[in-house]
Design a protein around this ligand. Structure first.
Ligand code: IDP
Ligand code: MG
Length: 140
């Protein structure tokens, strides 16, 4: 059975462009409940750790530098089938391929600066949530 939580970040490009409100509005209107949230900034070291799974990819350096370039909003979201439904809501990694109306189609600049993160599995949702939040920062 699939889990009911996922983890997201509004990335530095979307924060800098003033889209925090629009993105959170769309997330909530799509049936997700925010159970944890913070406005924060990743150091290059923390961004590198978060994306360690991509360390062999050619874009890793660029990704780490982008994700530590400015503040982000990190959040844990709750909904039935959260991981899959949220990936649908954000759209494809490359906004040129993202379905119309998805968050990335509306707000992403390009394949790197693509507005939002969404966990790709229940296991990673749990790992990523505990990377950013203590148990005392999660409210049901
Ligand atoms: P996802 O965010 O849709 O799960 P992943 O393949 O897990 O996509 O890649 C993680 C992040 O790395 C992407 O969201 C994007 O910011 C960045 N990224 C992925 N592919 C590229 C690329 O080809 N060039 C630059 N950045 C990329
Ligand atoms: Mg991914």
């Amino acid at each position: 059975m699939s889990g009911n939580r996922t983890f997201t970040m509004i990335k530095p490009d979307a924060v800098a462009s003033g889209h925090i409100g629009g993105i959170l509005e769309q997330i909530c209107a799509s049936g997700f409940k925010i159970v944890a949230m913070k406005y924060t900034k990743l150091s290059a070291e923390k961004a590198g750790e978060f994306y360690a799974v991509h360390s062999a990819r050619p874009f890793y350096g660029e990704l780490v530098s982008f994700m530590s370039s400015g503040p982000i909003v990190a959040a844990i979201l709750e909904k039935d089938n959260a991981v899959e439904d949220f990936r649908k809501l954000i759209g494809a990694t490359n906004p040129a391929e993202a379905a119309p109306g998805t968050i990335r189609a509306k707000y992403a600049k390009n394949i790197g600066e693509n507005a939002v993160h969404g966990s790709d599995s229940d296991e990673n949702a749990a790992i990523e949530s505990s990377f950013h939040f203590a148990g005392t920062e999660i409210f049901l």
